[in-house]
Design a protein around this ligand. Structure first.
Ligand SMILES: Cc1cc2nc3c(=O)[nH]c(=O)nc-3n(C[C@H](O)[C@H](O)[C@H](O)COP(=O)(O)OP(=O)(O)OC[C@H]3O[C@@H](n4cnc5c(N)ncnc54)[C@H](O)[C@@H]3O)c2cc1C
Length: 539
């Protein structure tokens, strides 16, 4: 029976599963289909960033993953056999996950699919999208059983293509996706073998190309390198051993090779970013929207963050609380994220493969100096953990535009007490009005603001008071915590009593002084946009 759902998600890789878990937590009806009969068995993406773990923590999947992975708190940089620099994620403040988690993608997908089942959802496997009729008020998808024996129509308000780099949704929606062949050829395999360091990633810079050794939880290692020549060259055990002896001098002894997802052969990759992430009622996330190449650790992490950004916006639009224009901010914000990720991946490879000797000496000397002074941690860790990536304020209508206001930035996950952190105050699909710096004498003003939000935006804004001391409040429904040592206040740079409007994805939308907090209502109106249907639904 073709019962209309709010959203049809095509593809149950990390991006589609993240979106499904987010939507189910926000009470949105959806179907999620995947043409494959099972989740991936390959290790593929092995590095999950701190920010992606925060996203997975929203719906209770991060802890299970952390249990199954290796916490890599450090990365070491070597010039040939000599270590030149080291960075440490342990310097990260105000984050529950101060490390890069090394865990195979097969485990990530398994954990996400199990979490979706626990939350009440199911992936329909062996079901492929084969047709899409895009209308102004809905989409009618044709889906087929994997054996081709049957087809059925699925009517949905929206379709999200989480269907990987060859995305059918992207093609049906006519979204251009120009890619270029990356100049490098890659060799990526997992190996069983002997090696001493098992809790850190090691990057080796060599005039001949770069190499990477990272630990995996079952005692094996991911080996990756840029190599010369065409793709398709078989990577034998002897070839890999010789390459890593020559480039790294790490002493790794390779005993057995295992396919990481691209065959045991050298590969060429194509990189690119789709020019749009939305066309009418079709949206794309993850590899359907971008392809960065395998070494920067951006692909899966980017897809998880696409889904986090899209989920709350799509949920508000489906519930009729926000207008379709809110979805355009998804495209603007995540296209911005994609171009930063592409730049990071490209410059990382360039830095590692510098050939002129003088420039290499200079690079190594600067990296060494950066390690001693701590500058390298300050420069690289925020990008590698993806915690510092903010969105341009102008992408979200209504958000504060002044750079000092920090709209679009992630609110730091400061520990308020031994058991509660700032991100614990956020609720799925709701904005949070975080009242900080208030005094006991501000109680009636706080209650007035809470009543105002409830009257203007019923159920959409949760007021939370975070004072330096307890404030007596007679109104029910206002959560309160005490920031006794003032760490949160210092971190949020709050001098006078203020209200911070925090988006459902933990990013700041706007802030006002307590006396002007009601202005945040009109900010929210602008963010949500008009709920009247847009005339030009297809761009
Ligand atoms: C060897 C290798 C190493 C990598 N290393 C890293 C890394 O270290 N870090 C990192 O971040 N990324 C890495 N990546 C990239 C990472 O694997 C991808 O970015 C990630 O899988 C993208 O997730 P996704 O959910 O967007 O798409 P996918 O994982 O590609 O999932 C798409 C899903 O859609 C389904 N599908 C496709 N078409 C249809 C259709 N018509 N109907 C129904 N279902 C459909 C597919 O069966 C699939 O399950 C690596 C990739 C490879 C191959």
């Amino acid at each position: 029976m073709n019962e209309r759902v709010d959203v049809l998600i095509v593809g149950a890789g990390p991006s589609g599963l993240t979106l499904a878990c987010e939507l189910i937590s926000q009470g949105i009806s959806f179907r999620i289909i995947d043409k494959s009969m099972s989740s991936t068995k390959a290790s593929r993406a092995i590095g999950i960033s701190a920010r992606a773990l925060e996203v997975l923590h929203h719906f209770g999947a991060a802890e299970q993953l952390v249990e199954r992975g290796v916490r890599c708190g450090h990365a070491h940089f070597h010039s040939g056999a000599r270590q030149t620099a080291k960075i440490s994620a342990e310097t990260v403040r105000h984050c529950r996950f101060p490390f890069m988690l090394s865990v195979p993608q097969s485990a990530t997908e398994e954990v996400l699919e199990r979490r979706l089942t626990e939350l009440g959802g199911t992936v329909e496997r062996g079901v492929e999208l084969v047709g899409l009729d895009i209308r102004t008020d809905s989409v009618i998808a044709t889906v087929a059983a994997a054996d081709g024996a049957s087809e059925e129509p699925v009517t949905a308000g929206w379709v999200v293509g989480a269907d990987g780099s060859h995305s059918a949704v992207r093609k049906f929606a006519g979204i251009p996706f120009d890619t270029q062949e990356a100049p490098e050829t890659f060799m990526i395999v997992d190996v069983f073998g002997e090696r001493s360091s098992t809790d850190a990633g090691h990057y080796y810079f060599h005039p001949d190309g770069m190499a990477l050794i990272a630990p995996l939880p079952d005692g094996s290692f991911r080996l990756a390198a840029t190599v010369h020549g065409a793709q398709g060259r078989a990577t034998t055990l002897e070839y890999v051993q010789e390459l890593f002896d020559r480039r790294t001098g790490s002493g790794i002894r390779v005993r057995e090779l295992r396919d990481a997802g691209w065959g045991v052969a050298t590969v060429k990759v194509r990189t690119g970013i789709a020019s749009r992430y939305r066309s009418g009622r079709c949206l794309i996330v993850g590899d359907a929207a971008h392809s960065y190449g395998p070494l920067g650790g951006q692909g899966m992490n980017g897809g998880i963050q696409d889904s986090c950004n899209l989920a709350w916006k799509l949920a508000l639009v489906c519930r009729g609380v926000a207008g379709e224009s809110l979805l355009d901010s998804y495209e603007k914000e995540r296209l911005h994220g994609a171009s930063l990720a592409m730049r990071a991946a490209t410059s990382q490879t360039r830095l590692a493969t510098i050939r002129p000797r003088v420039v290499r000496y200079l690079r190594d000397a600067l990296l060494g100096l950066g390690t001693v002074t701590g500058l390298l941690d300050r420069l690289l860790i925020p990008t590698l953990t993806q915690l510092s990536i903010g969105y341009p304020a102008e992408a979200l209508p209504g958000a504060d535009q002044a750079a000092s206001a920090q709209a679009g930035r992630r609110v730091p996950d400061v520990a308020i007490s031994a058991t509660v952190r700032v991100h614990d105050l956020l609720q799925p699909g709701r904005f949070t009005a975080l009242v900080v710096g208030a005094r006991p004498t501000d109680s009636s003003e706080i209650e007035g603001i809470a009543k105002h939000f409830e009257a203007r935006h019923r159920g959409l804004v949760s007021p939370v008071v975070l004072g330096r001391e307890a404030i007596a409040l007679s109104l029910d429904g206002i959560e309160q915590h005490v920031d006794a040592d003032g760490v949160v206040h210092a971190e949020l740079a709050v001098g006078r009593p203020s209200v911070l409007l925090v988006r459902p994805d933990g990013r700041l939308a706007a802030r006002r002084s307590l006396s002007k907090a009601e202005e945040l209502s009109s900010v929210l109106d602008q963010v949500l946009g008009s709920t009247a249907p847009l005339v030009a639904a297809t761009r």
